[in-house]
Ligand binder design. Structure first.
Ligand code: 5GP
Length: 212
């Protein structure tokens, strides 16, 4: 049986470039990773496609899925629901893929509580002024939405110590590589490899019994 994949939660303030980091990781190591596509009630931005960036849904559809226990986690962020559909995540983990969830902090903490073996990574901007500049420069949000998101970022900064790792996104390629290396190391931790350790122990036992 294939070893189950690792669940990795990646968070970061709006505008940190975490989406670009995710894309870079998936492009470079497509065999290893699967990215979960969330469901949201927020309106699509220009160029966003249903089923690619998000599954766009109305509030009723989202709440029906909550009632069916269809999410690994969900949260309300800036007046909209966002949630991780369960089926895809379970299917990909069982297929041995390392699954990435790009979600905000409330959801991240829910996942850690339900599935404590999950690794939580927070991607930081080099500075707050740089972050503000990137959000303005993206040009996809109104000044009011940017203001809301900066306020939210300031609140979220209170919870970063609850993550396992932080990475600074100064340069995309460096950040992608650091994230990949961090995941590789995490997968080598002894407590994540108990089946293999058991297998080696059993071989020793068989050897002593003269069965090898
Ligand atoms: P945006 O509207 O900019 O695409 O996303 C807003 C925030 O929601 C980001 O921090 C993003 O990571 C987070 N987010 C996206 N999908 C999910 C999800 O399924 N669950 C949770 N809890 N947050 C999500």
């Amino acid at each position: 049986m294939k070893k189950k994949g690792l669940l990795i939660v990646v968070s970061g303030f709006a505008g940190t470039g975490k989406g670009t980091v995710m894309k870079g990781l998936l492009a470079k190591y497509s065999e290893q990773y699967a990215l979960s596509v969330s469901m949201t009630t927020r309106a699509p931005r220009p160029m966003e496609r249903n089923g690619v960036e998000y599954f766009f849904a109305d509030k009723e559809t989202f709440e029906a899925k909550i009632a069916q226990d269809g999410f690994v986690e969900y949260a309300c962020y800036c007046d909209n629901y966002y949630g991780t559909p369960k089926d895809y995540v379970e299917e990909q983990l069982n297929a041995g893929k390392d699954v990435l969830l790009e979600i905000e902090i409330q959801g991240a903490l829910q996942v850690k509580e339900k599935l404590p073996e999950t690794v939580l990574v927070f991607i930081m901007p080099p500075s707050v002024s740089e972050l503000y500049g990137r959000l303005k420069g993206r040009g996809t949000e109104t000044d009011e939405v940017i203001r809301q998101r900066m306020l939210r970022a300031s609140e979220e900064s209170q919870g970063i110590e609850q993550y396992d790792y932080i990475l600074v996104n100064d340069d995309i390629d460096t950040c992608v590589e650091s994230l990949h290396q961090m995941i590789q190391s995490e997968k080598q931790r002894a407590f994540r490899n108990t089946e293999f350790i058991e297998c080696i122990r059993k071989e020793f036992v068989d050897l002593r019994k003269g069965e090898i």
